[in-house]
Design a protein around this ligand. Structure first.
Ligand SMILES: *[C@@H]1O[C@H](CO)[C@@H](O)[C@H](O)[C@H]1NC(C)=O
Ligand SMILES: *[C@@H]1O[C@H](CO)[C@@H](O)[C@H](O)[C@H]1NC(C)=O
Length: 326
């Protein structure tokens, strides 16, 4: 192979590398350079979050966190001293998908190098689908959101729907689905009633948070061959909850329950891989908080490794579900 062939090969490799996700030569915009002509170098970071503090990830909450993070020694040591950050904020009104897209376009026009947010699933999906096409070679999008199962699929090439998206949260709805599936498997339970209020918990992942969670659950329950019945509480068929519960459960279980009294059994060391140390305790105390907010009487009881589950159920709940309902 002569030097011409080598040269041709090199130039083909060069072209392949410099193409963007649209398969085109990038058209550089001078404003995208990190350093300006005076040698001032800054990364323009755009926060695409709602101002509305109903949502967990909102501008008034997240902005101070970034300010503090930037001041910390560890973060300062990670970047060269001549590199500064410029924070730009965009209000994604009510975490809505349409506002998220227009905010992303505004941020792109302002030459942002990186997006933080959106954190609501529908808003995130709309923006994360296009960030791979923005700028020279795509704009990275970092978010604590992205709970629905679509977001946990691989995203390493241009062909992947959410290429350029980085989820920093270790927990998604898929993990919660497998938590339920593992419990079902453990007791050899086969059927499940999914009671769902589609527009609840919008503060967590925006519009239809619970609907998306249910969709994720359904997706994996199907894969794992567990029969489920979905009950959307917003369509009551003219019946109250008590009647609907009887309808959906086929008159089987309701009389056994006093629905406002709940015993929460947990294992402190569970779910360490998802939540960290004392994962089970953290998870249980979060569920505990929500139950109390909904006016349930909750009794938290820690499971001891040396006491069998059936025995603990008898002691704390007064009924050994494991053997009777298997
Ligand atoms: C904040 O968002 C919630 C949920 O979408 C909405 O009900 C509320 O009206 C909003 N508040 C303001 C001040 O816009
Ligand atoms: C639900 O409806 C049934 C039948 O009409 C009635 O007996 C019961 O008291 C209702 N329950 C509640 C909680 O309203």
């Amino acid at each position: 192979m002569g030097w011409r062939a080598v040269l041709v090969l090199l130039s083909i490799a060069g072209v392949a590398r410099s193409q963007n996700c649209r398969g085109e030569e990038p058209k550089p915009r001078p404003c995208e350079n990190v350093c300006d002509e005076n040698g001032n170098c800054r990364i323009r970071a755009a926060m695409l979050l709602p101002k509305n503090t109903t949502f967990y990830a909102s501008l008034p909450v997240v902005q101070p966190v970034f300010d503090l993070a930037i001041q910390s020694q560890a973060v300062q040591a990670a970047f060269p001293p001549w590199l500064k950050f410029e924070w730009m904020t965009y209000d994604v009104t009510d975490c809505d998908a349409a506002y998220a897209v227009i905010s992303a376009i505004d941020a792109y026009n302002d030459c942002a190098h990186v997006f933080f947010g959106p954190a609501c699933d529908f808003a995130l999906a709309s923006v994360a689908r296009i960030t791979k096409f923005l700028g020279n070679s795509g704009i990275p999008l970092i978010t604590t959101g992205g709970f629905t199962f679509d977001f946990v699929t691989p995203k390493q090439t241009c062909d992947d729907e959410f290429y350029m998206l980085v989820r920093t949260s270790p927990l998604g709805f898929k993990d919660m689905a497998y938590f339920i599936i593992d419990v079902m498997r453990h007791y050899d339970w086969r059927q499940l009633l999914l009671i769902n209020e589609p527009e609840a918990q919008v503060d967590v992942a925006g519009k239809s948070t619970c609907h998306l969670m249910m969709k994720t659950f359904a997706n994996f329950l199907k894969i794992e061959d567990i029969i489920y019945t979905p009950w959307d509480t917003t369509s009551d068929g003219g019946l109250n909850h008590t009647e609907n519960l009887k309808f959906y459960l086929g008159y089987k279980y309701t009389s056994k329950f006093d629905w406002k009294r709940t015993v929460l059994l947990y294992e402190t060391s569970a779910f360490v891989e998802y939540v960290g140390v004392r994962g089970g305790h953290l998870l249980a105390s979060t569920i505990h908080d929500f139950l109390i907010r909904e006016a349930f009487h909750v009794y938290g009881r820690e499971l001891q490794p040396h006491v069998p589950a059936a025995e603990a159920l008898l002691k704390y709940v007064g009924y050994d579900y494991t053997s009777k309902w298997a």
